[in-house]
Structure formats: structure tokens, C-alpha cells
Design a protein around this ligand. Structure first.
Ligand SMILES: [Zn+2]
Length: 89
């Protein structure tokens, strides 16, 4: 499920991501594998831009229900950093 990302919807998820500190691996620009280091569970987060709006989706249960999970928040943070780095080259 794809959802619109705004700072407000991500706020709680970002707070949780800071606590859980999942590992984020970049598959390619816009595709990330997020690993919960405690449980070993991995999820794939996809970020994309359509019509100037940012969308993201996660393969976990919450993500499938269209909720902003912390995997998504962690991957979006990595995505924004990557996008910023690419823009500066
Ligand atoms: Zn998730």
C-alpha cells in the first residue's frame, strides 16, 4: 500500500525508529531493506515521487494497512539523505 508522506504522519514513526535503530540497507535509489536488529526481521521499503508528491510503502503488516511504520520512517530518512547527496554532485 502506498501512502503520502508528510512530517506530521511520520513524527511518531521517526520517534520509534530512533529508539529501535533498525539497520537500513540501500538496494538502489528508492528501494531499502530495513532490518530489526533484535528480531532479525527484514522489510522492504520503497520510496517514490509522483506528481511532486512523496510516496512510500513498507512490506510489514502496518505498512500493508497504510500506516507509517518505523521501517518506513528510517528508510525515508536514508532516502532523503541519499537524494540530498545526489543533488549536490
Ligand atoms: Zn514497516
Amino acid at each position: 500500500m502506498i501512502q503520502l508522506i508528510t512530517a506530521a504522519t511520520l513524527e511518531k514513526a521517526i520517534t520509534k525508529a530512533r529508539t529501535v535503530k533498525p539497520r537500513v540497507r540501500v538496494n538502489c535509489f528508492g528501494s531499502y531493506t530495513v532490518t530489526n536488529k533484535t528480531t532479525g526481521a527484514t522489510y522492504t521499503v520503497t520510496c517514490e515521487k509522483r506528481d511532486g508528491k512523496r510516496f512510500a510503502s513498507c512490506t510489514c503488516r502496518a505498512g500493508e494497512l497504510g500506516r507509517a511504520c518505523y521501517h518506513l520512517a528510517a528508510a525515508v530518512a536514508a532516502h532523503i539523505q541519499l537524494a540530498t547527496e545526489q543533488a549536490s554532485h
